[in-house]
Design a protein around this ligand. Structure first.
Ligand code: FES
Length: 103
């Protein structure tokens, strides 16, 4: 029986400090590498649906490319108002693959 984790990328496909976009089980996600630790967020900024995974990573934050809202990658919280959040998804590294569970 499947545990719901699906391959999104190879570990070598996202360098530390970078984000990339993937579609997993029909959900568009942003996968981010922070110093070898992988995180997955919904690829839709809560401000105006900007593509977060096309933004840039600054330390533990990802900056939306449209109007530069910054989100904590580890919690999904908007740095100026933690009440506003981006959805996060579970990730796991298995061998050379980054797996994400969106369901
Ligand atoms: S759409 Fe992301 S900051 Fe506006």
């Amino acid at each position: 029986m499947s545990d719901g984790f699906v391959r999104a990328f190879g570990v070598d496909e996202i360098a530390p400090g970078e984000a990339r976009v993937a579609t997993v089980d029909g959900v568009e996600i942003a996968v981010v590498n922070i110093d070898g630790e992988f995180h997955a967020l919904e690829n839709r900024c809560p401000h105006a649906d900007g593509p977060l995974g096309e933004g840039f990573v600054q330390g533990d934050a990802i900056v939306c490319p449209l109007h530069y809202w910054e989100f904590d990658i580890r919690t999904g919280e908007y740095l100026d108002d933690p009440e506003v959040c981006v959805r996060r998804y579970e990730t796991r590294v298995e061998g050379s693959d980054v797996l994400v569970r969106v369901r």
